[in-house]
Design a protein around this ligand. Structure first.
Ligand code: F6R
Length: 608
């Protein structure tokens, strides 16, 4: 994921920009660069590799000046090299940094070449630099040029632009990619993440999609998408949000559960434009690889494996190609048969899980390509895979995985859509699904409001020694995940079954001491599930039901029911996970276990 920092001040800015880039390193990148305006000239330094390489280059060739932009690049168009690193320039007087993807860059590039521009990089960003130059050369101000240029751009972007003729103006715009303005005294900043600017300010203004802003040391002027001047509120940074600190929460796990609405937005940010997926987000080689995929093999461990199981339902339904899912510790040690055209997809929060990595290394030469869905940029899995899609969930500290799981599911749906396009999934269906996913942050906020009710329900588990979890369809892996959470942190023995399997064995366990947690949304499987619930009631089992809007399911003796709001079917696995996370959390708190560091478990399992 690329990172942007920019500053316009009365003091030297290169140190501020460099520190900002360091603070964005957690996002993962492959090159870094900086441009600063000094005495009417732009100085630029770029390096492949770490921000430290850029710092060493700057130590030899310092950039002085009070206006500048800087960037860490994660390659999407063109390989990671110095020429493709940002900032990109048009001529000697204009420099641009960009996050996101310009989808129509090829036609824009042809047009600009026709108009006499020469391109030095393979990036989509360079078209923005030349388009801006064309407008400025035609007599527009830098800000007017930005207004004109963003009308041409299709895709997602956050932009920062400087021009040698405007030595005290930093012009910025955003659509679909995050960008924040840092408000100082006699200085202003931009960044793709407020964390980058914390050494210089704690006051931030968040731009909305389509906004343009012009920053000088003393002013910030914002225009909305229609060109109207608007005020955007200035807010103070809430310490602890999104960082490795608990803030007001009692445990990291609870904080991470509550972060999920924001995380849902962050997985999608910069990857969706005008209601459709920007598949370049998967990396430079994505298109060529996806075109050849005929089936998918998913390999992962634990919670990540459960996410993979849900993806199997999605891929086989929406793409219509086979999808196999297996735990890494089994996969790596057996002679697997993989048909031609297999995409090998690993899922991992940490990117360092020994079994998953070993499976990747073992299979790499026998598949057409490898894709890692991962939360840690720069991790081994990301480095060693052909493509990577980061889940952008922020650091997950609680050993029991929560936000990493739901963010993996969003990333898996993006993967499903990228593949689905190649197998007849209509544009309309893709838009419908993405419109549903766009509701996730608000929906998860509503589900969090059920927390007090779930906490009350948890009291009935504290004295139990066993629990069963039931679900059907995509809710079966959700039940597995619910059972895993409960056993991990409360040490209650819990198992999950596809509800139809109940009478094939586990029903023998059901009696009045066996709580049976059921995830029962109102979907095509509900009637079947209700029959399974009857089987439990008939044996005196106590049901704990997370239900949808179906009114025939009611709270009554033997049935403890929590009703969820109406949820689009495609979102059910994500939505129904959240109450199960809260249930385990509250049971564990009641039992007084070490919620964030349960016994015998480690956050990153780097040994087999
Ligand atoms: C459970 C949990 C583990 C991990 C598993 C794989 O809450 O966190 O089951 O999911 O150890 O770890 P990653 O995803 O880092 O590969």
């Amino acid at each position: 994921m690329c990172g942007i920092v920019g500053a316009v001040a009365a003091r030297q800015v290169s140190g501020i920009l460099l520190e900002g880039l360091r603070r964005l390193e957690y996002r993962g990148y492959d090159s870094a660069g900086m441009a600063v305006i000094d005495q009417g000239q732009i100085g630029r330094v770029r390096r492949v590799g770490k921000v430290q390489s850029l710092a060493e280059a700057l130590a030899k060739h310092p950039l002085t000046g009070t206006l500048g932009i800087a960037h860490t690049r994660w390659a999407t168009h063109g390989v990671p090299n110095e020429v493709n690193a940002h900032p990109h320039m048009s001529g000697e007087r204009l420099a641009v940094v960009h996050n996101g993807i310009i989808e129509n860059f090829e036609s824009l590039r042809d047009e600009l070449i026709g108009a006499g521009y020469t391109f030095s990089s393979e990036t989509d960003t360079e078209v923005v630099a030349h388009l801006l130059d064309r407008e400025v050369s035609a007599g527009k101000s830098l800000r007017e040029a930005m207004r004109a240029v963003i009308q041409y751009l299709e895709g997602a972007f956050a932009l920062g632009v400087v021009h040698a003729d405007y030595p005290d103006q930093l012009v910025t715009a955003r659509k679909g990619s995050p960008l924040v303005i840092g408000v100082g005294i006699g200085e202003h900043f931009i960044a793709s993440d407020q964390l980058a600017l914390l050494p210089v300010t704690d006051r931030f203004m968040f731009l909305e999609d389509g906004d343009i802003a012009c920053l000088t040391p003393d002013s910030v002027e914002v225009e909305d998408g229609s060109g109207q001047s608007v005020d955007r509120a200035v807010t103070r940074f809430e310490h602890g949000a999104g960082s490795a600190e608990k803030g007001a929460f009692k445990h990291f796990m609870l904080k991470e559960i509550y972060e999920q609405p924001a995380v849902m937005a962050s997985v999608m940010e910069g990857r969706i434009s005008d209601g459709h997926l920007l598949e370049q987000a998967f990396g430079v080689e994505a298109k060529a690889l996806f075109d050849r995929v005929r089936q998918v093999q998913i390999v992962a461990c634990g919670t990540s494996y459960h996410a993979g199981m849900i993806a199997k339902y999605w891929i086989e339904e929406l793409v219509g190609i086979p999808c196999m899912v297996e735990v890494a510790s089994e996969f790596r040690y057996r002679p697997v048969v993989l048909p031609e055209g297999t995409l090998f997809l690993t899922l991992s929060q940490s990117g360092e899980t020994a079994d998953t990595l070993a499976a990747l290394r073992e299979i790499r030469s026998r598949v057409i390509g490898t894709l890692a869905i991962c939360n840690v940029p720069g991790s081994s899995l990301v480095r060693e895979s052909d493509l990577a899609l980061m889940t952008n969930a922020g650091p997950e500290i609680g050993v029991a995985s929560t936000k990493a799981f739901t963010s993996q599911l969003v990333a898996l749906m993006l993967t499903t859509l990228a593949l689905g396009r190649r197998f007849g999934l209509s544009d309309t269906r893709e838009r419908e699904i993405l419109a549903a996913f766009a509701q996730l942050p608000a929906l998860l906020e509503r589900l969090l409001a059920l927390d007090p009710e779930i906490e009350q329900m948890a009291a009935q588990f504290a004295e139990k020694h066993n629990a069963l979890f039931l679900g059907r369809g995509t809710l079966f892996p959700v039940a597995l995940e619910g059972a895993l959470k409960l056993k991990e942190i409360s040490y209650i023995h819990a198992e999950a079954y596809p509800a139809g399997e109940l009478k094939h064995g586990p029903l023998a366990l059901v009696d009045k001491d066996m709580p049976v947690v059921t995830v029962a949304p109102t979907n095509a499987m509900l009637e079947k599930l209700k029959a399974n619930m009857q089987e439990v009631r008939a044996r005196g089992g106590e049901l704990f039901v997370f239900a949808g809007q179906d009114q025939s399911l009611r709270d009554e003796p033997g049935i403890n029911l929590i009703r969820l709001p109406s949820i689009p079917i495609i979102l059910e696995p994500i939505a129904y996970t959240l109450p199960l996370q809260l249930l385990s959390y509250h049971v564990a708190v009641l039992k007084g276990t070490d919620v964030d560091q349960p016994r015998n478990l480690a956050k990153s399992v780097t040994v087999e």
